[in-house]
Design a protein around this ligand. Structure first.
Ligand code: NDP
Ligand code: PHD
Length: 380
């Protein structure tokens, strides 16, 4: 039996913000469609979760329940390996079915998180059957006609897609979602000319098996045992390494870095912003951190930047210089907002057109499942 994960508060588990920390943050709710909160209801869409046995799939279930997402029926899909497994959701037990091209005839909405190759094969079949797809993979992100959406930023990009009428909407890459949720308020105010991003990415970005291997390796290293390396070709615990995606041998950039470049241009609908990045995997369980340097088109003071961020949907500011208290992956874990701190003027410049930020966001929530559910809410 599989259960949607609980918020475990342990050394690895990273709990929600303590009351004291909440008081230090400027917390605002992310844009939500409160009027449609209903849970199971005969008027809700018929929903399929594709990749339900994975880290993102399990998070889908937790978020749908937490947000009382309306649904009239729920279908749990994964590979043949998982067919027959049981999944609990909203007081009912479901049997996982094998994903096939015929899975979607009785569905209005499918939340996909099954990797690129399964998505390329099955998302078009779902769409052809009249099921609207919200896809977490990179399979269709750069395809013309497929909106790439962060609801707080560009919800208008999906205005032509209607629930239950087919169509694919792509969820951006997690590092890109987290960076742009923080940076877009500044971009909308004064325009970003160039953005330099350095990431510190969690195990969750590589799936459930990578999270389990990090935990196992940590135990093995502490116990002086040989290190198991099934997921990554090197030790991960007590180490860090350049992102595991393929590296372009000519450019020297890995795929994760190029997603930041290309997806930013599509989400902001501009070719004028220059973006470069360095993506690194660090031994953190489930929240990404990013150091971001912005070159702006017009001057912006630190106070103005902080005010923009404090008022931005989906953003919380933790920026206490006196206490040296800034966002951490543990603070971001299991929370919905993107946390921003270290808001400072870039002193390498002679003008006020440079800002530095440090950003943390839960990779599985805002970086994946939460953003996808927010897209689905915008379809209702
Ligand atoms: N920002 C974003 O949008 C993010 C996107 N992702 C995307 O989501 C995908 C899933 O990530 P994650 O949950 O972390 O990965 P996991 O490895 O934890 O889970 C993968 C899921 O996909 C299912 N699956 C794999 N192959 C098939 C197939 N051929 N047919 C049906 N189901 C299949 C697996 O089923 P089974 O258990 O039966 O093998 C499992 O449910 C990633 O591959 C990535 O594309 C992930 C993180 C962030
Ligand atoms: N960006 C994830 C990996 C991933 O799933 O990316 P994408 O959704 O762009 O394939 C990471 O932390 O590595």
């Amino acid at each position: 039996m599989m259960h949607a994960p609980t918020q475990k508060q342990s050394m690895l588990g990273q709990g929600r913000l303590s009351r004291g920390r909440v008081a230090q943050c400027t917390r605002k709710s992310i844009r939500r469609s409160c009027q449609v909160r209903a849970g199971k209801t005969s008027t809700g869409p018929r929903v399929a979760i594709v990749g339900v046995t994975g880290a993102v799939g399990m998070e889908f279930l937790q978020i749908l329940k937490q947000r009382d997402f309306p649904y009239s029926s729920m279908k749990m899909l994964a590979s043949a390996r998982s067919a027959g497994k049981k999944v609990d959701f909203d007081g009912e037990t479901y049997t996982v079915e094998e994903l096939t091209e015929n899975s979607f005839g009785d569905c209005d909405l499918a939340l996909f998180s099954a990797g690129g190759s399964a998505t390329k094969k099955f998302a078009p079949a779902a769409s052809d059957a009249g099921c609207t797809v919200v896809d977490n993979s990179s399979a269709f992100r750069m395809t013309d006609g497929v909106p790439l959406v962060v609801p707080e930023i560009n919800v208008e990009a999906m205005k032509d897609i209607k629930l239950g009428k087919g169509g694919i909407i792509a969820n951006p890459n997690c590092s890109t979602i987290i960076a742009l949720t923080a940076v877009t308020p500044i971009h909308k105010a004064v325009g970003v000319k160039r953005m330099v991003v350095s990431t510190y990415q969690a195990a969750s970005g590589a799936g459930q098996a990578a999270m389990e291997e990090l935990e196992l390796q940590t135990r093995e290293a502490l116990d002086g045992k040989p290190i198991t390396t099934n997921i990554f070709p090197r030790q991960y615990a007590f180490n860090l390494f350049s992102h595991n995606s393929d590296v372009d041998v000519d450019l020297g950039y890995n795929e994760e870095e190029m997603k930041l470049v290309k997806e930013t241009a599509k989400i902001w609908n501009t070719k004028d912003v220059k973006v470069t990045g360095t993506c690194v995997r660090v031994p953190v369980m489930r929240a990404h951190a990013e150091s971001i340097n912005l070159e702006l088109n017009a001057p912006l003071t630190v106070d103005e930047a902080r005010k923009l961020l404090e008022n931005a949907a989906g953003v919380s500011v933790i920026d206490n210089r006196k206490e040296n208290d800034f966002p951490t992956p543990l603070v971001a874990s299991y929370n919905d907002d993107v946390y921003v701190g270290r808001i400072r003027r870039d002193i390498s410049r002679d003008d006020d057109c440079g800002i530095d930020l440090f950003v943390c966001g839960d990779q599985i929530r805002k970086g994946a499942a939460l953003n996808a559910v927010q897209i689905a809410e915008a379809l209702l």
